[in-house]
Design a protein around this ligand. Structure first.
Ligand code: HXC
Length: 264
């Protein structure tokens, strides 16, 4: 079954900042938000990963900005957010999608390898959310943290990413409670394997993908549109009473299997 992005304009007049927005899941979110009338700023470490998506966003008739920044670097994040706010005039929505991952058994993983993924996924989510807070407070807003189902079960080779994403889910709940009184909702999305993404390329084999298809109750991989539609819902007024949840968008896959990523 093909999925699609619903139209028309759920986010007219809003501005979103999307980390990791040049590629994969977050590129899909950026394009869907633009289709719904939202100005969009995308950021990642490398400007060349951003420019093609920025141009696609502009072609949809919204204002779009591309800014290179490493979410691990709090000072760089603060500078990037100041530039985005100056260029777009406001920030209503933050999507924390920047992430790093690879498969490595814990016994072979260096402390720096573990820390690098925690720094990108968890500290990066904190750094960006915290720096964006004054802009979100200005008119109320919403944060969506991209998480994963990895920590729900013991996923082999993912001690670093699973710990980081469990931390992200915890941060989602805490910030929902702390920032709700400012009119800011904080939620998350935990995607399953999404076809055509860097995550699936890096973390799965032909065999593990076939096994996921067999296990998934819906019998298919997710699409970037599936995640974009969930993000549209959580970021829009359609979810105005939804706060502090992480929405699993995986076709029911995690309920069926402890995945062994990269298994041959
Ligand atoms: C073991 C590894 C490793 C590997 C890196 N390291 N790759 N250890 N196996 N394959 C170790 C290094 O040896 C080093 O430790 C430490 O990690 C930092 O590595 P660097 O290369 O110096 O870090 P950096 O250049 O900052 O790159 C970060 C990265 C990289 C995460 C390691 O892979 C990256 O840039 N990724 C961004 C893109 C990405 O990963 N996208 C996929 C996200 S998928 P030492 O001790 O040697 O110094 C995703 C989905 C999850 O998040 C959900 C799936 C269902």
């Amino acid at each position: 079954m093909m999925s699609r992005v619903f139209e028309p304009t759920l986010l007219d007049g809003k501005a979103a900042l999307i980390t990791g927005g040049g590629t994969g899941i977050c590129r899909g979110i950026a394009l869907a938000f633009a289709a719904h009338g939202c100005d969009v700023a995308i950021t990642s470490r490398k400007i060349e990963h951003l420019e093609p998506t920025r141009d696609e966003l502009r072609a949809r008739g919204v204002r779009a900005a591309a800014k290179a920044a490493d979410v691990r670097d709090a000072a760089a994040v603060a500078g990037m957010i100041a530039e985005v706010a100056a260029e777009l005039g406001r920030i209503d929505i933050v999507i924390n999608g920047a992430a790093g991952n690879f498969i490595c058994l814990a016994e072979n993983l260096s402390p720096n390898g573990f820390g690098t993924v925690v720094d990108i996924d968890l500290k990066g989510t904190f750094n960006v959310s915290r720096a964006a807070l004054p802009h979100l407070k200005a008119q109320g807003g919403t944060v969506v943290n991209i998480s994963a189902t990895l920590p729900y079960l013991g996923t082999i080779g993912q001690s670093h990413a699973a710990a980081a994403k469990a931390g992200v889910d915890s941060l989602t709940r805490t910030l929902a409670v702390e920032w709700g009184p400012h009119g800011i909702r904080v939620n998350g999305i935990a995607p399953g394997p999404i076809e055509g993404t860097e995550g699936v390329r890096r973390l799965t084999t032909e065999k593990s993908r076939a096994s996921a298809l067999t296990s998934c109750p819906l019998g298919r991989m997710g699409t970037t549109d599936d995640i974009a539609n969930a993000a549209l819902y959580l970021a829009s007024d359609a979810a105005s009473y939804v706060n502090g949840v992480t929405l699993v968008v995986d076709g029911g896959l995690w309920l069926r299997s402890a995945r062994i990523l990269g298994e041959d």
